[in-house]
Design a binder for this molecule. Sequence first.
Ligand SMILES: Cc1cc2nc3c(=O)[nH]c(=O)nc-3n(C[C@H](O)[C@H](O)[C@H](O)COP(=O)(O)O)c2cc1C
Length: 199
Amino acid sequence: MSLIESRAPADPLVLFRRWYREAARNGAPQPEAIALATADARGAPSARMVLFKGLDDGRFIFYSNYDSRKGRDLAANNRAALVFFWSAARHQVRVSGKVSRLPRAASIAYFHSRPRGAQLSALASRQSRVVRSRAVLEKAVADLERGYPKTVPLPSDWGGYALRPDWIEFWESRTDRLHDRLRYVRRREGGWRLERLAP
Ligand SMILES: Cc1cc2nc3c(=O)[nH]c(=O)nc-3n(C[C@H](O)[C@H](O)[C@H](O)COP(=O)(O)O)c2cc1C
């Protein structure tokens, strides 16, 4: 579906949800895989993939380690950007805004919905720190496995983030690279300003 042919909705999240559903229907292998760009206090950028875990009150949710490189970046500079790319549909969505941490109760609920192995790995891993060997990590997991035979506690440095968009851009591939780009910019007074960008 083309942005030109379809009338763009007033709410970008309506369009986002439509494209996301389409990506999943088109068999995108991991439609929820997103690039997350952060920058440190000096402005040095850093990007990596994370998993998009849904929308909450118009905010884009993902989970990570608060003391990782991205976590330290976000603590120093809460501005970040996300990129979705769904190749079969030839769609890209870019999202930019400020990030805040989810309430701990939400992180606890999500953490305990994950497989036990993933919970243990999160607890064992001081994400983004140098480790001497893989054996060190495996031993840490084995020790925790014995230490927590039932419930694995949420690590104090692990949890959810919510990015509240300042703008969202929808890109759709068109012939001869005369692509469509529609950007929604959040208005101070509420609602969104919609503009078309040159490809
Ligand atoms: C497809 C994919 C999904 C990933 N999802 C996550 C995720 O949801 N959370 C996370 O912390 N790391 C995730 N990772 C690992 C990150 O890309 C990255 O290696 C890690 O978070 C450390 O990044 P940092 O050192 O910049 O903080 C994922 C990697 C890939 C390839």
